[in-house]
Design a protein. Structure first.
Length: 248
């Protein structure tokens, strides 16, 4: 069931990636995602998600975060994508009671080399997790390597948001950080057969600090430099890992 949910998320993100071009709005992408979700008989999990700061449920099916926006950007017909932007689309659904959650960040048209490097390094962090996830592995080992790789590239890992377990609910235990904290070392996640995690590295080109805009949702970097966010729903199965939201 999680494979089916994951493959729908992948199909929608592939379509949105194809449609996202200079001149297209993030609101148009949101409409496509919502249509595809409903046609598949699924529910868009972000739409109506309660805001932690005010009475303003999330209005979109996707989070669309451009450039210095890290996560939770509100899709809008007024937000027109431009050549050179980097766009992060986060998308989650529930299908037959099971959830899928995935995010991509990619360039619109031609992007600057430092932005491309940010995308490459963020993908590299997720690849570290995909390669190393297996029964018996401690998450702190993977998180430590992710953190080190980002640092060596001259980037910062965001510490305010983390990945999560996923199943019949989008956000389940445990919390899955992309860095090593005292909390993680004290209460490490030892992976076992059958566990399913949404792993979602968030990397800033500049400093790690982020803040939420007055719209109650959009999270931006404090130094206004670009950030990237890439996520897959990943199962620990058959002695290794399987990416349930892998795109074709
Ligand atoms: Mg997500
Ligand atoms: Mg997630």
């Amino acid at each position: 069931m999680l494979r089916r949910a994951g493959s729908l998320v992948a199909k929608v993100l592939s379509k949105l990636k194809e449609e996202a071009k200079p001149g297209v709005s993030t609101g148009e992408l949101d409409s496509i995602a919502l249509d595809m979700t409903r046609q598949a008989g699924a529910t868009a999990l972000f739409k109506g998600f309660p805001c932690p700061y005010m009475d303003k449920p999330f209005p979109g099916a996707i989070c669309a975060s451009v450039n210095e926006e890290l996560v939770h950007g509100i899709p809008s017909k007024k937000r027109i994508l431009k050549d050179g932007d980097i766009l992060s689309i986060d998308f989650g659904i529930k299908l037959n009671g099971y959830c899928g959650d995935s995010a991509v960040t990619f360039g619109i048209g031609q992007i600057a080399p430092d932005r491309q490097k940010l995308l490459d390094v963020t993908q590299q962090l997720l690849d570290i997790a995909i390669q190393q996830m297996a029964p018996g592995v401690k998450w702190s080992v993977i998180a430590g390597e992710m953190e080190k790789t980002a640092k060596e590239a001259g980037f910062s890992i965001v510490k305010d948001y983390v990945g999560h377990g996923i199943g019949t609910e989008m956000h389940e235990d445990p919390k899955v950080p992309n860095f090593v904290s005292r909390d993680l070392l004290r209460d490490d996640i030892v992976l076992k057969e059958g566990i399913v995690l949404a792993v979602e590295p968030m990397v800033n080109m500049g400093k790690a600090g982020v803040r939420t805009l007055s719209d109650g949702w959009t999270v931006v970097t404090k130094d206004k430099k670009c950030s990237a966010h890439i996520e897959h729903t990943i199962a620990v199965v058959n002695g290794g890992s399987e990416v349930l939201t892998a795109r074709e």
